[in-house]
Design a protein around this ligand. Structure first.
Ligand SMILES: [Zn+2]
Length: 630
């Protein structure tokens, strides 16, 4: 259904007076919404900008900019890069942009049209249900009647209070003039780590950044990309025939080469650019295979850990896993917390090493420790991936050789388009493909495990156990109680990778969205750390209630954030600080205090185990978080 407001949902058969006995035992039918488009497509212009660049015609390149006289000039680069919406001069447009790119404008509607949409859906539901249950088509006719009655009476109530006419602000000529002006001068993109916010980057600077990334300017820069003589259509044909040779159906496959684009990392100082090479839809199978291999490695490593007391699996799923792990680990005393990150993980790994390391891990997954073949195939079905010893009737089974060939193909065939020219990525992880993080994970794991195993085989078991509390989430590393970790970086990782220490102070470090610290007694304390606190402009990250979306999921966001805060905060004061800041923000975005209070009660009831250690009754929590705002 396309809805103007969310009050017009059908109630479910369970709640009707004319209950069909069947439904007493069934789940409530699920209501699905089809949303109106977000405003993003009207605001972002980077795709259009990239499509218009033509390297063979330099006169079309962005003209000299006027950034030097702008209030929004970002001095380290001498051009405008900003997320500050005061750059937008038109009030109406600025108010809209404040609501973020996911905002959906309300649409005009008529009550009759809504009744028709809802009743058509109900009738369709009843018809399908009767068919499925093999009962008379009119079995649910009483239910339909009562829904209609309910609907009409509810509409009658709403008619006097609900506005049905809305005019899109994109019909306002002043808004259009201002937007056109902004889009002429700036490339408008999301911000890295704050995708619900707009950033404005000078067109000339944006263009120059991409040129530099591709190594097109005089200074021999990043050798990650190289121009290719192949045309886009040759590459696509080649791709298709390779896919066919791997047994994929390519008849309806619509392939396109991705554009290289970048988004500003505004939480870094100075700002950096994150380069993204669009997405290609060929790596889904490898993602499934590599996930299965990774979970096999994790099982294997946890067995090794429990038997030998040595942990060689540093890969972390998310910060929730870290918090659970820290909770279950009883450190007698925390005396060191260090954090690191890889400066350019994705663009510096040599392809030869990537292929060699991955092939070895894939091989190991198919082979027993004594070198004999353990599995013949890996079966990749829509919902399940598994290894088989000998036989499988599935059509989607692949041998070790198949998988390695596919991987090599993927690594050897990463292309991006810029300015009408095609470039090949000749170094690094295939960016933009969905298996990229897995490739990075498994690649780094191969070095980490090798390092630990070599320590063990040299008889340095004690030293190896110093690394037990090392965690790595893709390119972020955390090491607890191992103050010498940095000394070993060059022995662990290949020389091409640059790893930098990011530890904040002697006794604290931020890692993912967690701030970890320890006191003089060696007790660990965690609180939430939000990279977005480092932005120098206010950011949007929660839906506005005036957006054309149903309200319950919006309040659900409040609960899910409270869960996140409680998990991360050892101290009640840190939890309250976050929760208050959020409730304040939501109230300013049209949320109602009563409903926030009932969401908070719901949270307290359902997730008591997360807040029990605060030892604070619900009434006080409500007071601390919400009452002061009433
Ligand atoms: Zn500029």
């Amino acid at each position: 259904m396309t809805l103007g407001q969310d009050d017009r949902k059908p109630s479910n058969p369970k709640q009707q007076h004319t209950k069909v006995p069947y439904f007493k035992r069934k789940e409530t039918p699920c209501i699905s919404y089809s949303y109106t488009p977000t405003v993003a497509s009207k605001i972002y212009n980077y795709k259009r900008f990239l499509q218009c660049i033509d390297l063979s015609n330099p006169s079309l390149h962005p003209l000299p900019c006027e950034c030097s006289s702008s209030d929004f000039n970002y001095s380290p680069c001498g051009h405008v890069i900003t997320g500050d919406l005061s750059i937008v001069k038109n009030d109406k447009l600025r108010e809209l942009l404040k609501k973020g790119p996911k905002y959906r404008e309300s649409m005009s509607f008529t009550w009759n049209q809504n009744v028709k949409i809802i009743m058509d859906s109900c009738e369709e539901y009843a018809r399908r249900w009767a068919k499925k249950e093999d009962v008379q088509l009119d079995t649910l006719s009483e239910w339909i009647k009562s829904i209609r009655g309910l609907l009409l009476s509810r509409i009658n109530r709403l008619k006097s209070t609900v506005n049905t006419r809305f005019v899109s602000i994109f019909k306002d000529p002043d808004v259009i003039t201002e937007l056109t002006h902004l889009q002429e001068h700036y490339v408008i993109t999301p911000a890295d780590k704050a995708s619900n916010n707009y950033t404005f980057t000078c067109k000339k600077y944006y263009f120059d950044s991409l040129v530099k990334e591709l190594g097109l300017n005089a200074t021999p820069g990043n050798p990650t990309y190289t121009p290719t003589n192949l045309s886009a259509s040759e590459i696509i044909d080649n791709h298709k025939s390779a896919l066919a040779s791997f047994g994929f159906d390519t008849t309806n496959l619509d392939l396109d080469l991705p554009y290289l684009y970048c988004i500003p990392k505004m939480h870094k100082n100075p700002y950096k650019q994150r380069f993204i090479a669009g997405s290609s839809n060929v790596s889904i199978l490898l993602t499934k295979v590599l996930s299965e291999i990774k979970s096999g490695l994790q099982k294997y490593c946890s067995t090794v850990y429990s038997r030998s007391g040595i942990n060689q699996m540093w890969i972390l799923k998310n910060s929730k896993e870290l918090l659970e792990h820290l909770k279950s680990t009883h450190f007698s005393r925390v005396h060191s917390i260090k954090a690191f990150d890889f400066s350019t993980l994705y663009t510096t790994i040599p392809h030869s090493k990537l292929k060699e390391r991955l092939a070895k891990i894939i091989s190991n997954a198919f082979t027993s420790k004594n070198g004999n073949r353990k599995y013949k195939f890996i079966v990749v079905n829509y919902d399940k991936t598994y290894f088989v010893k000998e036989k499988s009737d599935s059509e989607n089974k692949y041998t070790e050789t198949d998988i390695i060939q596919m991987l090599n193909f993927l690594i050897d065939n990463i292309f991006v388009v810029f300015g009408g020219k095609v470039f090949q990525q000749i170094v690094g992880i295939p960016m933009g493909t969905n298996c990229a993080p897995l490739l990075a994970d498994i690649f780094l794991y191969s070095y980490e495990a090798e390092f630990i195993q070599s320590l063990v085989s040299e008889g340095k078991k004690y030293l190896a156990s110093d690394f037990n509390f090392t965690y790595r989430y893709i390119d972020d590393v955390l090491s607890i109680n191992n103050p010498k970790f940095a000394d070993y970086l060059s022995s662990i990782y290949p020389s091409e990778l640059e790893v930098k220490e990011t530890t904040e102070t002697n006794n604290s470090a931020s890692y993912l969205d967690i701030m970890l610290s320890y006191d003089t007694d060696g007790h660990m304390n965690t609180s939430l750390y939000d990279k977005r606190d480092d932005f120098n402009f206010s950011i949007t990250n929660f839906p506005f209630l005036s957006s054309n979306i149903p309200s319950s999921p919006a309040y659900g966001v409040f609960i899910s954030q409270l869960i996140r805060y409680a998990r991360a905060s050892t101290k009640y004061t840190d939890f309250v600080l976050r929760a208050r800041r959020l409730s304040d923000k939501l109230l300013s975005q049209g949320y109602v205090c009563d409903r926030l209070t009932s969401s908070l009660r719901k949270f307290y009831g359902r997730y008591g185990e997360l807040v029990i250690h605060y030892d604070v009754p619900l009434s006080r929590m409500v007071d601390d978080i919400l009452s002061w705002t009433i």
